[in-house]
Design a protein around this ligand. Structure first.
Ligand code: SAH
Ligand code: MG
Length: 206
């Protein structure tokens, strides 16, 4: 990952600490030897720069899944609403132009494949074994568990599952990602592979 890409990642609108980004980058480099990388929750491209740079360095691909209409908490009047993301033509949240611009500025167009649509829909039609799945999409219990159920079977043996926004203290954030992390870890298929702030990484047994 070069300095320009680091700068683009840090400047991008989004929700990821630089040290979480670096951990994603390192995990992505490892995992790209196992298979392509996939993230749920592309938003404005912040995590996609770290994972996409890892994919590019390893000669692999990052698939980035997002509806690009924002989660509940990104809508007008909600806690994480950002007026810059309103598309003037439709008056609705549209993160796709921001995502594409971020990826382009990081010179990662060839390595990042945007998949615009519902994570659960893509999971149903998916068939390629993946080296890494990063779950950072909808944060309701329903959405987060559906992402685990839908994507876990597509992680290759020895591949990684990364989960964002795992808050140990419920006063700091919603608990669905923590429940999903505990469920994945408790299921016997994964072992702990590191954690940075609210990022948890699990490795699928061979
Ligand atoms: N990874 C990003 C942040 C993601 S925010 C970063 O690094 O900053 C969560 C994203 O998940 C939003 O963009 C929202 O549109 C997307 N999302 C929510 N539910 C989804 C679903 N069911 N399918 C696809 N994307 C979804
Ligand atoms: Mg997040």
């Amino acid at each position: 990952m070069d300095i320009k890409q680091l700068q683009v990642a840090e400047d991008a609108i989004g929700f990821l600490y630089p040290e979480e980004g670096s951990a994603l980058y390192r995990a992505g480099l490892d995992a790209a030897r196992v298979g392509p990388l996939l993230e749920i929750g592309g938003y404005c491209g912040k995590s996609a720069v770290y994972l996409g740079a890892a994919a590019a360095a390893a000669g692999a691909i990052l698939y980035s899944v997002d509806l690009h209409t924002g989660s509940e908490e990104h809508q007008p009047g909600e806690e994480f609403f950002d007026p810059r993301l309103i598309d003037p033509a439709s008056g609705r949240v549209n993160t796709l132009p921001h995502f594409l611009d971020t990826i382009h500025r990081a010179d990662l167009d060839p390595a990042v494949v945007p998949l615009v649509g519902s994570s659960q829909d893509f999971a149903l039609l998916w068939s390629e074994p993946l080296g890494l799945v990063f779950i950072d999409g909808g944060h309701s219990e329903e959405a987060a568990h559906a992402d685990l159920e839908g994507w876990e079977p597509h992680i290759a043996p020895g591949g990684l599952l990364a989960i964002h926004d795992v808050f140990v203290d419920e006063r700091e954030g919603g608990q669905a990602p923590r429940h999903v992390y505990e469920r994945a870890r408790g299921g016997g298929l994964f072992v702990d592979h590191g954690s940075v702030r609210t990022l948890r990484i699990l490795k699928k047994r061979q």
